[in-house]
Each structure stands twice: as C-alpha cells, then as structure tokens.
Write a protein of this length. Structure first.
Length: 519
C-alpha cells in the first residue's frame, strides 16, 4: 500500500510536501538558519517551486542533478526542488578526490552540476570528462550559470507533480568496505523514512524547537532536516562540523535538539570550551551513523543529564533509521540495566525487522543472525547494478549485511558487519565487541578492529588505535588491558598506533584502508 499522508494537492505525498505542509501551518517560522541567513518556511517553499520550474528548462524528468559542495542552503533547496521537478538529486561527497568525483559522476551521468567556488576545479574537470553534464550552475556565479539568476522570476506555484514511486534521490553508499554503489530512493522511500522518524521518536514539548544538524548533507543523515521540517521545527545548519561551530550555534540559537555521530560526540566531550558554553537548552540528543562506544555514551549522559538520548540504526538504502532506542531505554540503563546502552533499539512503527541464519530461517532470542528489514522506506535498488540489487533482497526482505541479536523484549543489538567479522582459529570474533573494550582504555581516543591473514590462525585480530593526544599506549599495555576483559582468542594479536583513523564524511571508519595496511 502506498503511504498517503495528505499532501497539499491531494493524492500521494511527495518530498516537497514536507516543506509545503510546514509552510501552510507555520509560514513565518524560520525553516533554516545558516550563518547570518534565515529562510522562513514560506520562503523555502517558494524557492523550492522556483528551482523546480528552472530545472525544467535545463533537464528532463528522470535526469540526475548533482550537487557538489559543503553544506549550504542550496543543498536544502535541492533536497526539495530537484525531486519536485521530477528529477533525481545526486549529492556528491565533497571530500572525495577529484578523480573519485569524476568516476562517480561518470557512473550516475547527471545533466546538471551545481557547485561552489571552492570546488570549481573539480567541477570543471567533471564537465570536461563526463559527457552527460551539459550545464554547470554555481552558487555565487563564479562559473557557468549563477543559481540566483536561475531562480530569478520563476513561478512560485507548484509545477506538475511527479509520481510518488519515481526516483527522487540517488545516494552513493559510504563504501567503507568496497566500491560505493548508488542507492535509488523514491519519493515514497524518503517520505516513509521521514514519517517513520516523526511517529517513532518522542518529541519534547518545546516553545520553539530548534534543531542543530551538523551532518554533511551529501549523507543520508541529512534526512534529519526533513524530519525537523515535517514537525515545523527550525533547522540550524553548519557548513561543516567543528566543535567550536557546534558550540557557537548552540549558544547563538538556543538549540533544543541535535543528532550526532559518535566521533562528533567524543570530540565535543573532550573540548575544553564545552564547560564555558550554556548547553542547558538542549533537551534531545540523537546519535547514529556508526557504532556508539558505550564509554562515550556514558560520559555524554553524565554531561547532559537533562537531555533525552535516542539512538538509531539506519542505512543509505533505508532512507534513514529503522530501529529506535529512546530516552526510556537510556533512563533504564542509567537506573541499573547498563546492557541496554549497547542496544540499537526496537523496530520503528512503520518497520518490520528480523534476524535470520544463513538459510534464511528466523533466529530465536539472543541468537546472532543477519538483520533483515521490510517497509516502504527500503530503497528501490542500486543504480545500474541489477545483480547487486537482486543479492540485496531475500523473499522481499532487505539484507542489511549487519549481524545482530534480538533480546526477549524485542530489542536488537548490532554485533558486527558481516564483512567485518573475524574468523580466527575456528572462532568468530565480532570487531565491535573488541572495539568497545578498547574505547574504555584511558589513553585511547578511538579504535577499530580488523582481521588480517594469518598462516596459523586463518585470521588474526588487529587493533588500530588512535591515542587521545597524550603519551600513546604501548602495544603490550593494550593487549594486557584487553586480556582483562575478553577471552584470549578475542584479544588483538597485533596493535597499530596511528595519529588518526581514516573516516568518511559521516565519521565511519574506513576499514578497507586499515585492512590494506595490515595485509
């Protein structure tokens, strides 16, 4: 059954209806703060329609429209306006090397490339090497068509509406363990993910909710903008994450809610300026994108005692989160059930989830199996990868590639990525379990665990450790610390100390790079 929420024009709901509905309810409320710029919901709705009309003169329905640059209001505008035009938004990770950007664009074949002066060199190279790109649009008019000129004088009424099952966003997976794939998300997928979040997450009654979004908008976590907008909440957008910028925004806008990656939270907790800034306005803190170290979560709950914490599990292919771990579970953990801190939560209201063994048979409580998901927000498939799409589904269920266990109360705990599990001496070692122990060491800022080929054991456990900035720990010290908390076969046989772990734009550790180092 299609998800029908009640769009302005009737029928099925589109991505652009998120801002249209907010503009109807709260036209003069700020939709977004970015630096000194503020757009109300009505201003954002009108600009969304203008962009859709403008794109109709540059491209055809179904064409990909790429956006290359750091966070800015044009990203939010493109979130809504590109799909409203019947086209497919392609956010490009600005941290990729120029050659990687060109390869990605050659795969997606966009017609229009929207960029900014800082990335103009890469954009020019892409326009020269990717034949499909016919128009380059720059935010400031530094090259090609200027975005303000493109929008000038366009109609502010809604154009002809696309179908809700048409492709809307094309997001390339983070590719932490291999080549990135383009996940095609329809209007129905994205809207289902947003509605699922609003229905499933408890929302505090606040006089003026202000949500700080520190994520790169080229990442699926940018859907938090839409989640806030569906609830007519004001979004504060950072150009890029920095602890200083985060704290300044909290103080300047009296931020009431935010979502963060574990690395962002750890950087925040370690920053000396944290105790000089008034953060008492924050009542909601969400986290996700990567496994949250239990030690980091404990520190955060102590530092922000008045905030309701909420964790989630999601993927690019799922248009957001599908598991929710709310404030009540976090309060129960603080009240004597610490094991709940490692949980990813229960299935959200519009989600079905299960764990299965290698034969597809559903697992019982506390048995480890692959997490599978079903629901309207599951993506339609991988771009130009029919074989990969077929492999991603089993009997209508999406195979996440994550190993999980479900407890008797219906909560799921993510044990490891299937590809990250280490088989050593015939025993399974889940990297996250070892990483959680490593994060408890006082001299460790961050850690990742990978497997390396070993003639005797098949694979050996390798710990890659990022020190906290003081005297780095010795390898033997790390191994002895692990031996106090883990079975012998789980303890690292090799320890590497690195200045910084390699990460993608959302803070996930790039384990494929670490595996290349230890082979």
């Amino acid at each position: 059954m299609p998800l029908v929420v009640g769009a302005d024009a009737g029928g099925e709901m589109l991505i652009s209806d998120v801002v249209a509905l907010a503009a109807r309810r709260a036209p003069d409320v700020p939709a977004m703060h970015f630096g000194d710029l503020t757009w109300t919901f009505e201003e954002l709705r009108a600009a969304t329609c203008r962009l859709a009309h403008a794109l109709a003169e540059l491209a055809r329905p179904g064409d990909r429209i790429a956006v290359l640059g750091e966070n800015g209001p044009e990203h939010v505008l493109a979130y809504y306006g590109v799909p409203l035009a019947g086209m497919v938004l392609l956010p490009v990770n600005y941290r990729l090397a120029p050659g990687e950007v060109v390869d990605l664009l050659a795969d997606a074949r966009p017609t229009v490339l929207i960029t900014e002066a800082q990335h103009l060199g890469t954009a020019r190279r892409a326009a020269a090497e990717v034949p499909s790109i016919s128009t380059v649009v720059t935010v400031d008019g530094s090259h090609g068509v200027a975005l303000p000129d493109l929008l000038e004088g366009r109609p502010e009424d809604e154009p002809e509406r696309p179908d809700e099952i048409s492709a809307a966003w094309l997001l390339y997976t983070s590719g932490t363990t291999g080549r990135a794939k383009g996940a095609v998300l329809t209007h129905r997928n994205v809207v289902a993910g947003v509605v699922n979040a609003v229905l499933s997450w408890p929302r505090a009654v606040e006089q003026r909710p202000v949500v700080l979004v520190p994520w790169p908008l080229c990442h699926v976590a940018g859907h938090n903008v839409l989640v806030a907008h569906l609830a007519a909440e004001t979004v504060v957008l950072l150009r890029r994450y920095s602890t200083e910028g985060f704290l300044d925004a909290v103080q300047r806008h009296r931020v009431t809610a935010t979502t963060v990656a574990p690395t962002m939270l750890e950087m925040l907790l370690r920053h000396p300026a944290l105790d000089t800034v008034d953060t008492t306005s924050i009542t909601r803190i969400g986290y996700g994108s990567a496994p949250m170290p239990v030690a980091t979560l404990r520190k955060a709950m102590t530092r922000f005692p008045n905030a309701g914490f909420r964790g989630g599990f999601g993927m690019t292919e799922l248009a957001g989160n599908v598991l929710a771990h709310g404030p009540e579970e976090h309060r129960a953990a603080a009240g004597g059930r610490p094991e709940l801190l490692a949980s990813a939560g229960r299935p959200m209201l519009l989600t079905a989830a299960r764990t299965v063994d290698d034969d597809g048979v559903e697992c019982g409580p506390d048995e480890v199996g692959e997490l599978e998901v079903r629901g309207d927000q599951v993506f339609s498939g991988y771009w130009n990868r029919p074989e990969a799409t077929a492999e991603a589904f089993r009997d209508g269920w999406f195979r996440t590639g994550d190993l999980a266990r479900r407890d008797a109360e219906g909560r799921f705990a993510i044990v490891d990525r299937r590809k990250d599990m280490i088989l050593t001496g015939g025993e399974n070692v889940y990297s996250r379990e070892v990483e959680d122990v490593l994060h408890q060491h006082p001299a460790v800022s961050a850690a990742a665990v990978v497997g390396a080929p070993d003639e005797l054991w098949g694979e050996r456990v390798v710990a890659v450790v990022q020190p906290d900035g003081h005297e780095p720990p010795a390898e033997q010290e790390i191994r002895e610390f692990c031996a106090e908390h883990l079975a012998g076969y789980k303890c690292p046989r090799q320890v590497l100390i690195v200045p910084e772990l390699p990460r993608n734009a959302a803070g996930k550790v790039l384990k494929r790079e670490l595996q290349q180092r230890v082979r």
